[in-house]
Every structure is written in C-alpha cells, then in structure tokens.
Design a protein around this ligand. Structure first.
Ligand code: OXD
Ligand code: MN
Length: 587
C-alpha cells in the first residue's frame, strides 16, 4: 500500500506488539466496505436494517459498560505534567506506553488488523491532516469511513511524509477497569484500549481533531475548536458564517441544521450546514478567520431527534447510516429512540439486546447517548462549501451552555479579549454524552474541557494571541443560552428553528446594524430588536430572559474567581483583568 518508511516502521512495531492473524488495508472502495459490512452482519456485530426504508443502514450495540466517552480514563501524556495542565489527567509517557503496550500485547491474536488511512479535512486541502488508525473492529472501520475520508487517496497524498498521527485501537476485552484513552501530543500518537464506543475509538474525532489538533494548532498558529459551523443566507442571497461552541449534547447538531421559522423562510432565509461538532480555523490571506469542518459525517445523539427538533438530521440518517444503541423495531426491521415519535414499537429489542415493549416498558429502549453515524453528504442543507478546502470566513463566534438561570438568552462581548473571557467562563449542566452525574453545573471553557490537549491556561493565551493577530478582522464574540427555565421548570425560549431570531441579531451586530443595552457582562439586545413575528412569546417574557441579574452575576463572579485559581500563573493577565472589570461593573 505504501513505501512510506515512517508508516512501515510503526506498523511493523505495532504488528509485533498486538500479533494480528492478518492485516487488511482499508482502500476506501465500496467493494471492500461492502464485504466488511457483510462480515460484520455474519458475526452479529451489526444488523442490516430494512433496505427499503433505511437503505444501507445498520444497527450496532456496544457492551453495556461501554456507552459514552470516559473522561476519567482519558489522559494527556505530555513529557511534563505541567503541559497537560490542571484540567487534564496526565500520565508520564514512558509509563503510559509501558502500561498500554502491556494491555495491547497479543490482543489481536485470532483477529484482523485493519489499517485505516484517513484525512481530517478534504483530501489535499491546506487545512487537512492525515492519520492512520489501526483497529481490530469492523465497526470502527465502517464508522471511520463515514466520519472521515479514508483510503488510497489519503495514502497517495501522504507520500513519504512523516507528518501524520499514529492511532492504535485495541478492543481487548472491553474491560472498563483497563480502559484508557491516551494521547501523546509530542509524538503525534493516540492509543485507545478496551472500548468500542464512538468517542473513545473513532480516533479521528475527539482524540485527533480536538486533543492532538488543539496542541498542533497552538504550535502552528491555528485553532482546533469544539464548534459547529453554519452559513446563514439572507434574502439578498448573501451568506454569513458563524462558528459556535456548546458542550456535548447541548444542541450543536440541531443549531447547525436549523430550519428557519415560516416567517423567515418566506422572506428567503436559508441555513447551510458546514459542520456540527468540530472546526479547524486559520487566518486566511485576507486576514480573516477561515474555518473547515475536518469531519465527513455526523456522529449525532439520536434521542430527541425528530421531525420537529431536527428534520434535516433525521433525513440525513435515512441511508448509509450506522445506528448505535437505539431500539430495534422487529416488526419492520427499523430503529426507534425516545423522542422520535409517540409510537414506540411493541415488538422490539432495547439497546441492551433484550426484548422490549415500548407501549408498556418503564425502562428506556434507547440509551440516552445512543447515536447515529451519518454521511454529511446526505444532509439536505449541507453547505455547497463543505468540500471547499479553503474553508469559510467566520463573522461571529458564539459560545453557549445549558443554564437554567443567570445567563441571558444572548449577549455580546465588548471586544476579543472580553470574548475570550466569556468563552473561558462557560458553564453548563452536564449531559449523558460522558459518564458521570447528569445535570450538574460545571465550567467548560469554550466547550473544550474534555478536549483540550494541553494546559488550558496556555490555551486561553493562544486565543488571546490569535485575537492580536486578527486585529480588527477578528470575528465578534457572543454567548447564548437557549435553556432558561421558568418557575415551573419549563423552557422559556422555544429554541430550535427560532434560534435564527437570535442569530439574526448577532449578524446585525456584526454589521453595526442593531442597537444594544450595555450591561455589566456585555451588550444585550433591546427586547424590540429580537424579531418575534409569528412566535407565541411576548416582549415582556423575552425581557425576563434578557435580564442580567447583578446578584446572580456577583455569585457567578465568585465562582469564576475560584475556577481561575486552578490555572495559577498560567492564567493570562488579560483574563485576570477582565474578571476585575466585571467585578467592578457589578459593584
Ligand atoms: C460528541 C461529544 O460526541 O461532544 O460530539 O461528546
Ligand atoms: Mn462534541
């Protein structure tokens, strides 16, 4: 397949370690993928779904102890502990290699080693980077071939370069006590053992495109962010792009594929999806910030996805999709999940593989973190720029989280450094995307807490440096919160397509066309400036979620101060100054 010495040498070493019975290079052809699908169905690893209703779609169930990313077992193995920083788990690299090699040793005996050459970003794009993942899982091969560009073209593009990311995945025994997801940023290497769940094993995604890439970005002067990218087309046909960071399972996929409310559709508004999870951003020749989505598919949370919440995502999953840990409807060999519709199947199998009657069962049929892996090209609103290797210019960066109170529907930072502050203090209630308690407020700076591959204080500084380089071409920075609750615990803002009303204000602010109220935390819209046409929400109710409560924010400022202490000397002085300014404004 290749003459590349760095690839051949590493593969030899890995082969000696894991001892596969055979080695198969993934060439990216449909014939090869088809034969792997057939093999996975034969062994029961996957189930072929109804070819008429869901052509080319499959169902897979993970082990019951292996259903989400394991942040507690995810390590940054930089040479110095300080470089991993206070928000990451760290392991000394030689110790980590020794432990991981011990676990991986002979683990491919009786199994096949699949070699997946993949590109993050359109093959050959100046933004793109290449990885090779070794895996003993057909499920991983098939998911990687949806989520990334795989095969011969990638090998050709790599040529003799040694600039690629090494990835070793071993299912081993799916033993959660020996599950480790380890990153060696200085060696461009990822090793993942004892898991078969997406975020832990599709090494191009969180491991490479965020943890390793954030480290590369800092050294090379670009940014790898946990952000969706979408284009907003106005009635004049102009398209403006925004990138938005939200913690896991806070609606990034829904926002990225938003359908404008009727009122906006009639006026001619349209949304184009560039990405739903990860953005790689560089300063372009024109001095603006340009972004690509390094992925080629969507690994979306299934529960809650329906014709109302996200019809585009649903349409995207209608062919060529792998479903993981959802309900299997035995009557018509299709899939179901909570929140899909009000007709759960009676004759079904739940995500654990047990008979399940959705009309009477008290238990959920699909795991809350069950997923679809769907090709981006299926998406009805995929941007015409999706394959464009130069990326799209970003007008605004939006941060957001799930907060029942305190944070208003939207506010704009005063300038770039204040915007970095806003991103650094992001907080959200936890979801099922990672193991651990759900619904607890945790600080998640730029939604990168589980994904930053180096010291978060240095990451903040990198943001500040990028702002300095961008100067007056820098995108404007905003924060949104769709999740404010009323006293009865109901969401006040309708969310979903109506979020376009907030995006419209954001773009108007970028163009200097909308007014705002100056508050201690930044600029908040005048209630009249958010278009409520066609919406059953009064201006007075809107005012309640635009409100900035000084007492709540004084508490918030104390929480920020405590959080910032983690970073010690590495906290950039610019952020210290921003916190001081906030406290002064609140006093
Ligand atoms: C994801 C996550 O899967 O953030 O995108 O957990
Ligand atoms: Mn994500």
């Amino acid at each position: 397949m290749t003459q590349n010495q760095s690839v051949l040498e590493w593969m030899e070493k890995m082969k000696e370690l894991v001892c596969p019975d055979r080695v198969i290079w993934i060439d990216g052809t449909q014939e090869q993928l088809e034969s792997l699908r057939a093999e996975a169905c034969k062994t029961g690893e996957m189930i072929k779904l109804n070819e008429e209703k869901l052509p080319g779609c499959y169902l897979h169930r993970t082990a019951v102890n292996d259903v989400a990313r394991v942040e507690g077992r995810t390590f940054i193995c930089s040479r110095s502990e300080e470089d991993a920083g206070p928000t990451n788990h760290w392991m000394e690299p030689s110790k980590a290699y020794e432990m991981l090699y011990g676990i991986a040793k002979n683990s491919y005996r009786g199994r096949t080693m699949y070699v997946i050459p993949y590109s993050m970003g359109p093959v050959g794009s100046p933004f793109a980077k290449i990885g090779i993942e070794l895996t003993d899982s057909i499920y991983v091969v098939l998911n990687m071939s949806i989520m990334t560009r795989v095969g011969n073209e990638v090998v050709k593009t790599l040529g003799n370069s040694s600039d690629w990311v090494r990835g070793l995945h071993c299912k081993c025994e799916i033993d959660e006590e020996k599950r480790y997801i380890c990153h060696f940023p200085e060696d461009n290497t990822i090793i993942s053992v004892n898991s078969g769940y997406g975020g832990n094993v599709l090494l191009g995604k969180k491991c490479f495109a965020l943890r390793i890439a954030s480290f590369l970005g800092k050294n090379e002067g670009w940014m790898a962010e946990h952000m969706l990218i979408l284009g907003i087309q106005n009635p004049l046909g102009e398209i403006k792009y925004v990138a938005a960071a939200f913690p896991s399972a806070c609606g990034k996929t829904n926002l990225a594929m938003l359908i404008p409310p009727e009122f906006y559709r009639q006026k001619g508004y349209k949304i184009w999806t560039v990405g739903d999870d990860i953005a790689w951003m560089r300063i372009g020749p024109d001095g603006r910030l340009w972004a690509i989505n390094p992925e080629n598919g969507f690994f979306g949370v299934a529960p809650g996805t329906n014709v109302k919440s996200n019809p585009n995502a649903l349409a995207t999953t209608k062919s060529g999709t792998i479903f993981t840990n959802v309900v299997h409807n035995l009557d018509d060999n299709t899939v179901w999940w909570e929140g899909l519709d009000h007709n759960p199947p009676k004759n079904a199998v739940d995500w654990k593989g047990r008979p399940w009657d959705g009309t009477s069962s008290k238990e959920k049929g699909a795991h809350p973190n069950s997923r679809f892996t769907a090709p981006a090209k299926n998406c009805p609103c995929i941007s015409p720029e999706f394959e464009n290797g130069r990326g799209v210019p970003i007008s605004a960066i939006i941060f957001g989280g799930r907060r029942a109170r305190t944070t208003p529907l939207v506010y704009q930072s005063r300038d770039w450094n204040n915007g970095v502050f806003v991103g650094s203090i992001m907080a959200s209630e936890t979801t099922a995307a990672a193991t651990g308690a759900v619904g607890v407020v945790r600080r998640d700076p730029m939604a990168m807490l589980p994904f930053c591959g180096y010291h978060m204080g240095d990451y903040f500084k990198h943001w500040i440096d990028m702002g300095e380089r961008l100067g007056d071409k820098a995108p404007k920075i905003f924060n949104v919160n769709w999740f404010r609750l009323d006293d009865e615990g109901h969401f006040i803002w309708p969310g979903f397509g109506d979020n376009l009303r907030v995006l419209e204000w954001i773009l108007q602010r970028c163009e200097g066309k909308a007014d705002a109220v100056d508050t201690p935390i930044g600029f908040v819209p005048k209630a009249d400036d958010i278009n409520l046409s066609g919406l059953d929400l009064t201006v007075d109710t809107l005012k309640t979620i635009l409100n900035v409560d000084s007492a709540d924010w004084a508490k918030e400022a104390d929480g920020i101060e405590e959080f910032y202490q983690k970073f010690g000397d590495k906290l950039p002085k610019e952020l210290k100054a921003e916190l001081k300014k906030l406290k002064e404004k609140l006093a």
